[in-house]
Every structure is written in C-alpha cells, then in structure tokens.
Design a protein around this ligand. Structure first.
Ligand code: UD1
Ligand code: CA
Length: 463
C-alpha cells in the first residue's frame, strides 16, 4: 500500500476576515475551521498529517497538540512557499500527498477517500480537484487545451477577460506523488504582482513531463473556501442544514430547522424534539424523548432522557432523567442536576450537584453546593458562596426545606430533614431535624398608626 500523507495549509492571517483570530482557527458552529479538516483526515485513509502554521501559530499548536505534525512557515509568502515549509518532514519520501487548504471546513472524510482513490487508480502524478461554480469570482480558474487537458491554473486576479468567464475552478485540493511534489515545488517562481509563490503554478510546471488529471466534484459547496465573514456564514448555513437533516432522518424532530443550530460533534437520540431558536454545540449529548427549546442554548452538556429544557442555558453540565429546566434558568460550570428535579424561572445553578427530586422553582442562586434528594429551595434562596476573595462550599442533606429569601452563608452544612424559616440568614451549621430561624422577631405596635405623621392626600394625589 502506498503511504498516504496530508498537508494542510493554515499559516495565513486571513486579512479578508478582518478578525483578530487567524482565519483557519475561526469557528464555524463554535468549532475552529481547521479542526473539521483534521477530524475528517483522522477518519480517512490518510496515515499522517502535517499542518503548516505561521501567523499566531501557538493557537494551532494548542488546539491540535500531538494529533498532527507541524511545519512552520515564518513569513507567509504564498501557498507554494507554505508547502515547501514541509520539506524537512516530507521531502524524498515515497507515497501520495493530499494537499488541502485550511479554510475549507465542509470537506468530509468520504470525499477525501474518494479523491485519493481516484488519484491512485488514474496513475496521475498530480490530480487537481476541480468544481463548477456559477460565480467563480475569487477562485483560480482551470485552463485546458484544445484536447481538454489541464494546462494551468490562473488566479482570479491574473485572469484575462476570457479566462474570467471559465466556471471550472481550482478547489485548492491536490493529490500528488510526494517525490514529484518536492521536485517541482522549488521551481515555482515568485508572482511579481502579488509577491507570492503560488502552489497553483505547479500545474504549468508539471504538465510538460508529468501526467496531470482532474477530479471534478459534484457537491461544489463542500469545497468552498472561507475568506471573509460572509463566506463563514454561508459555510455555517450549509453545515447546519447537513447536520439537521442527518438528525431528522435519524428520528429527531426539529421544528423550524432554519433557526436550530446543532454542532458537528453533538449526539441526539431518536425521539428528541428540538424547538425553534435553539443551539446545541460542543461535546453535547441529548437522550431519548428529551425536549429542548424554544430559545435555549446547550453547550458541552449531557441531557438525559425525558428532560425538558425551555428558554434556558445549560453549559458544561449534566441534567439527569425527567428533570425540567426553565423557563429562564442558567445551569453552568460542572453542575450535575439529579433526576426528577425542577429548576425553574430565574434560577442559576453553578458547580453544584443535586440528588433526585430536588426543586428550585423560582428565583434562586445555588453555587458550589452539594445538595441531597428531595430538597426544596424557596423563591429567593441564595447560597452566599463568595466572600469577595474566595468561593466557599455549601452542603445540604436530604429532605431539607429552605424557606423563601434564605441566605446560606458558606462554608456551611445543613443536615438532613432540616426546615429553615423564610427570610433567614443562616451563618451556622444546622443539625439533623432542626428548625432554623435566623431573623429578627416581628414587633406589632397595636393601635399605633394614627400617631404617625403622614402627609394627607386628596383624591387627586395633591397635598
Ligand atoms: C487559493 C488558490 C485558488 C483556489 C482557492 C480555493 C492559490 C494561489 N490559490 O486561493 O486557486 O481557487 O484557494 O479556495 O493557491 N496559506 C498559507 N501560507 C501562505 C498563504 C496561504 O499557509 O503563505 C494558507 C492560508 O492560511 C489558507 C490557504 O493557504 O488556509 C489558502 O490561502 P488563501 O489566501 O485563502 O488562498 P485563496 O486566495 O483563497
Ligand atoms: Ca481561500
């Protein structure tokens, strides 16, 4: 078997994006573009991948770690120059090299395998992957001779008027014999207009002595390049449609799918319903018969079967079976909400675990807390976890009733079967079975109001 390697070019700044982040690290559905490519390469026949980095290279080193090898292109002098940066790693090795640009997030592993397969069956030294675009502006054009053989790729800005009319474009994907690649790369000359070494010039160089073929793509949108934020939105739209369709065909009901965004790595069981204006991203999973949305955001969260989340946010957390979240709740930072809980209106839960059957139905903040089963948080309950310098823990046992407007000043432990009177500010631990009241006693002064000096109002509200 021939060894198969990939080079991914991701050293450029992406000036047209007008963003701080280097282009290939820009997120599509909250995931960096280049990560889509790497993930698909990992699931393809490719044996090893070299990513060329330069501008803000540490972003990619951190993101991809040891999943790939890196080649450094110090100054970004074009795609040909970027490929040459891999020579210390790849030059002289036998095998096939697939070259990909880091700004084509819609490419997938099936397509990668198909291209490599077609290349190897054709005995080409170089296979250029092409597509037909109705609006080819910005792409390199495929120039063919009278016999239909590829002669050159001409960049948009260098095209003659006739060439501009060509709709067959260079996708920027090439499968090439690795030894030939490094024979021809150093021969690429500087494009004076742009001051760059164009990888595309390799076609004209190789066509005299080598066998060059093309592979025409049918789903042209899969190889669109993302050069600016508008392109990014178009890529995101395509990806969203693909992903939603896959889930719907798998038995997930998505209402008004144009408004629903599901990330690439999210798993959703059949029988789930997703209502409008909902995004589920990151490493999230949603279990059978859960109902998510409308207007909800789920990121890196595990939602177990039969959970309902409405008008709410769940980030980096887990919600167990049959629990309801929302409307207007915020569950975050490693919270684990037990089964059959109710997390209701305007409740924030952070870094907290709860046992089964616990409820915080309205207006509560519960942070850095371990809560047992069958606990009831009254409206306005607050775990006072921050003293201005440090965060402190609260521990609450089973079958505890926390009256409305209670402050639990952490660190504090409330034992099982405790009842806390409404309006208490609890600063000391409460033992098992106790009633805790921590508030001032009420005084009623009988027949007193007539002594108050109060302004008199007439029926117009005037004094
Ligand atoms: C490139 C192709 C064009 C093709 C199009 C497909 C060239 C000269 N042009 O144009 O024919 O139709 O892609 O989308 O190859 N990069 C580096 N180092 C550099 C320059 C670029 O690593 O010095 C990387 C960029 O990070 C990017 C990729 O190469 O991921 C492509 O560069 P870009 O500037 O987007 O090329 P296009 O103008 O789109
Ligand atoms: Ca591009």
């Amino acid at each position: 078997m021939t060894k198969k390697r990939a080079i991914v070019l991701a050293a450029g700044k992406g000036t047209r994006m007008k963003t701080e982040l280097p282009k290939c690290a820009f997120p599509i559905l909250k995931k960096p573009m280049v990560e889509y490519i790497i993930e698909n390469l990992e699931h393809s026949v490719v044996d090893e991948t070299v990513v060329v980095i330069g501008h803000q290279r540490e972003v990619f080193e951190k993101m991809l770690g040891d999943r790939v090898s890196f080649a450094i292109q110090e100054a970004q002098q074009g795609t040909g120059h970027a490929c040459l940066a891999t020579s210390a790693l790849l030059e002289g090795k036998a095998g096939t090299t697939l070259i990909l640009l880091g700004d084509m997030p819609l490419i997938n592993n099936k397509l990668i395998n198909k291209i490599l397969n077609a290349h190897e069956n054709s005995n080409n030294d170089l296979t250029v992957v092409t597509a037909e675009f109705d609006n080819p502006k910005g792409y390199g054009r495929i120039v063919r001779n009278q016999y239909g053989r590829i002669q050159a790729i001409v960049e948009d800005a260098d095209c003659t008027k006739e060439q501009k009319a060509i709709k067959e474009i260079n996708t920027g994907i090439y499968a090439v014999d690795n030894e030939q690649l490094f024979r021809y790369l150093p021969q690429i000359e500087l494009n004076r207009r742009k001051g760059e070494y164009y990888l595309t010039d390799i076609v004209a160089l190789m066509q005299k002595d080598c066998h060059i073929g093309t592979f025409a793509m049918r789903d042209a949108y899969r190889v669109m390049g993302v050069n600016d934020l508008y392109n990014a939105s178009v890529a995101e739209k395509h990806l969203r449609e693909d992903i939603n369709k896959r889930h719907m065909l798998n038995g997930v009901s998505i209402i008004n799918p144009e408004t629903v965004t599901i990330g690439h790595n999210v798993t959703i069981d059949p029988g789930v319903t997703i209502h409008p204006n909902t995004t589920i991203t990151g490493d999230s999973a949603v279990g059978e018969n859960a109902v998510i949305g409308p207007n909800s955001e789920i990121h890196n969260a595990i939602i177990r079967p039969d959970v309902h989340v409405r008008h709410s946010l769940v980030f980096d957390s887990e919600v167990m079976e049959r629990t309801t979240v929302g409307p207007f709740a915020h569950v975050r930072s490693g919270a684990v909400i037990g089964p059959d809980n109710r997390i209701g209106n305007f409740v924030e839960i952070k870094k907290t675990t709860t046992g089964p059957n616990t409820k915080a139905a309205h207006l509560a903040y519960i942070g850095d807390t371990d809560v047992g089963h069958s606990v009831n948080f009254g409206a306005g309950s607050v775990t006072v976890n921050f003293d201005g310098v440090e965060k402190h823990k609260t521990t609450i046992g089973n079958d505890v009733f926390i009256g409305c407007n209670t402050n639990l000043i952490a660190p504090i432990t409330i034992d099982d079967n405790v009842f806390i009177a409404a309006g208490s500010t609890v600063t000391k631990n409460v033992p098992k079975g106790a009633l805790a009241i921590a508030r001032n006693k009420q005084i009623n002064k009988e027949d007193y109001v007539k002594h108050l000096i109060r302004p008199r109002h007439n029926h117009n509200g005037q004094k």
